[in-house]
Write a protein that binds this ligand. Structure first.
Ligand code: BTN
Length: 331
């Protein structure tokens, strides 16, 4: 059997037997059900095992499904995803330079809204302000979503805040009460960063072509896992929960929350989300400095508006900031 046909057979076999984990399926029955020769069925079983699916094989009883690997493959994501549009089309890779770069290319060649690009590892994961996003294999989630909103480019920065809220809600369900949102788009557990967002906009003459929302989440990294330079400031969901988390479970929970927040954002920006945003926000009520390009603004962070902008009370009056890097001056 050709490689593509064999993969197809393995996927069909998997979809069939995983419906009843722990139950044996006779090989003869599978052969007729999936229209496979015995040799192809054997190869399909071996292929699934090579993808780290745990199966049990008994001469008389047949084959049974035990468990799936925690890999972010299109098979696993599509099996678990429960959204209408976001993440229904999946492009999953073992290794990419950056999921944002590939998603942007795909968007330029017409990929539809909701298309998801995921990688097990990134060789040039990009963070905000030209930083590197540490993207080791097997422990984190690195994803990009293509959006094509009809609103004007001025409303695009709020998408980062909206995404941070969806992420904070998702991560908070793993470690309730410990999750915070550092405006505009960092998600913290305690005081350490566990997820970041890089939103990139393509627009022409006042119209959005597409937005790429890139998300990196530290999920299963252990204490010694982070490079020296970020160790003091980074954490993972696993460190907070003291247990390994299934990445695919966290990913699909995020996609579901993201779809909900995005629908609301398109309708009424952050109007309804504001109370939750404020609940998660680690800056409100604090003296902060915001650096935005070359300008620095000092003031008391008092609010986040419906477009996701931070409101500061400064010595010279109220200032509204749509993007920047915040440092807390006084807690
Ligand atoms: C930040 O906090 O600086 C933003 C980090 C964003 C990282 C993600 S990982 C997936 C996507 N691809 C990238 O190259 N970057 C984003």
């Amino acid at each position: 059997m050709e490689a593509a046909a064999l993969e197809n057979a393995a996927e069909k076999l998997l979809a069939f037997i995983r419906k009843k984990p722990g139950e044996y399926f006779e090989l003869a029955r599978l052969m007729s059900r999936l229209s496979l020769q015995r040799v192809d069925l054997d190869e399909a079983i071996s292929l699934l095992a090579s993808w780290d699916y745990k199966l049990r094989l008994r001469k008389r009883k047949g084959v049974c499904f035990i468990s799936a690997p925690d890999s972010l493959t299109d098979i696993e994501i599509q099996h678990h995803v429960r959204t209408k549009k976001i993440g229904r089309i999946v492009h999953a890779y073992n290794s990419l330079k950056s999921t944002n770069d590939l998603a942007a290319k795909m968007a330029e060649s017409g990929s539809p809204e909701g298309t998801l690009v995921v990688a097990e590892t990134q060789t040039r994961g990009r963070g905000r302000l030209g930083r590197v996003w540490y993207s080791p294999p097997g422990t984190g989630i690195y994803l990009s979503i293509i959006l094509r909103p009809a609103f004007s480019p001025e409303s695009a920065p709020g998408l980062s805040v909206m995404t941070a809220l969806a992420l904070a809600e998702t991560i908070n369900s793993y470690c309730p009460g410990e999750t915070h949102l550092k405006w505009p788009n960092d998600v913290l557990i305690g005081r350490r960063k566990t997820a970041g967002i890089l939103t990139e906009l393509s627009a022409d003459r006042g119209k959005i072509n597409h937005v790429i929302v890139g998300v990196g989440i530290n999920v299963n990294q252990g204490v010694g896992h982070f490079p020296e330079e970020i160790r003091a400031h980074a954490t993972s969901v696993r460190r907070a929960t003291k247990r390994k988390v299934r990445r695919v479970e966290l990913l699909v929970a995020f996609l579901k929350q993201f779809e909900k927040e995005y629908a609301a954002y398109k309708k009424e920006r952050l109007n309804k989300a504001r109370p939750r945003l404020k609940k998660f926000s680690s800056l409100l009520g604090k003296e902060v400095t915001v650096r935005s390009g070359r300008t620095r603004t000092n003031g008391l962070a008092t609010d986040i508006d419906a477009n996701g902008r931070l409101i500061l009370e400064t010595k010279t009056g109220r200032v509204t900031i749509s993007a920047g890097e915040v440092t807390i001056v006084k807690d």
